[in-house]
Write a protein that binds this ligand. Structure first.
Ligand SMILES: [Zn+2]
Length: 95
């Protein structure tokens, strides 16, 4: 039997008594080019020539993806503030 633990708090997530929330995060760079696309231009050939040059480095970061297992409590905290911003985590007193 596979045992999971919460990647945030470390609590054991029982396979039949607890719900395991799987969070998949994928990050990729978007350079947002607004240049019009020339349909007649052979971009594949141009890219092939560029990549065949010695020491070629596109300089672009590769996409990154990660997967996390969360318990119910940590999932509730995550979904309430997925980016972990300070504004969402402020607790105001009643006075
Ligand atoms: Zn947790």
């Amino acid at each position: 039997m596979i045992h999971y633990s919460c990647d945030r708090c470390g609590r054991l997530i029982h396979p039949t008594r607890h719900v395991r929330y799987v969070v998949r995060i994928e990050v990729e760079a978007d350079f947002g080019s607004d240049e019009p696309v020339d349909d007649d231009h052979d971009f594949l050939e141009e890219l092939d020539e560029y990549l065949s040059q010695p020491g070629c480095d596109t300089g672009e970061p590769t996409p990154s993806s990660r997967t996390y297992d969360l318990c119910a409590d940590c999932y509730a905290k995550f979904i309430g503030n997925p980016l972990g911003t300070a504004k969402a985590s402020l607790d105001f007193s009643s006075n």
